[in-house]
Design a binder for this molecule. Structure first.
Ligand code: CA
Length: 222
């Protein structure tokens, strides 16, 4: 049975969706604020998460951003706001789908089915590239069988670069994606962490993993 987490502070909506889903045979858990929802999403392996954006204690975008640092559980964003910016930000940081309230239950059910089916095909839990093997759930990194010990930020940066292989990523973009929109430092921190990664991977294994694209940013070529 698929297990769905609903993170929604409006009790009436959460209850309604919950009943509909249970009726369809899903197991359902609910969280009424962002922080609680994030903790549940990190602790348990749900098959899908329905995420409201306007939430107390931690907003939906922040919940999603933090979730994506370690988990690829499919997320459908639910929101009353029909603003392009929210959609862009949400999809940009890894939402799988988006629904604007009020929505028809049938459509929600259809999208839930599609997004649960897609799992594993689109976002594998293991990334293999250029001799590296990265296990997302356990945050384990190996190069040709040799384990590499990375800090949390080094790991997040490596995963972000690997997920976007063959794409030049600007320092600003990397900062937004890896450090988050609430980070107020300057982009030098990106250079510093690229140096850390090179010291632990490129220098040790004598490879050229992370390329500097002059004036533009960084890229891993597959
Ligand atoms: Ca809300």
């Amino acid at each position: 049975m698929s297990h769905i987490l609903i993170i929604e502070d409006e009790e009436a909506i959460a209850r309604l969706i919950s009943l509909e889903l249970q009726h369809e045979g899903y197991e359902v858990s609910c969280a009424a604020d962002g922080r609680k929802g994030l903790n549940m999403a990190l602790d348990e392996d749900f098959d899908l998460i329905l995420l409201d954006l306007m939430l107390p204690s931690l907003n939906g975008i922040e919940v999603l951003r933090r979730l994506r640092q370690s988990k690829q559980t499919p997320v459908i964003i639910l929101t009353a706001r029909d603003q392009v910016m929210d959609k862009v930000v949400g999809l940009d940081i890894g939402a799988n789908d988006y629904m604007t309230k009020p929505f028809a239950t049938e459509e929600l059910l259809a999208r839930i089915r599609v997004n649960i089916r897609k799992v594993g095909v689109i976002q594998p839990e293991i990334i293999v590239a250029n001799g590296l093997r990265v296990e997302l759930s356990s945050r384990k990194v190996e190069y040709n069988g040799t384990e590499i010990s990375l800090t949390k930020k080094e790991f997040d940066l490596l995963v972000y670069l690997l997920r976007n292989c063959n794409t030049v990523l600007s320092r600003e973009k990397i900062l937004d994606e890896v450090w988050g929109y609430d980070y107020y430092g300057n982009t030098n921190v990106v250079d510093v962490y690229v140096r850390y990664l090179r010291a632990k991977i490129d220098d040790i294994f004598d490879i050229k993993l992370i390329c500097t694209v002059r004036g533009s940013g960084y890229m891993i070529r597959k």
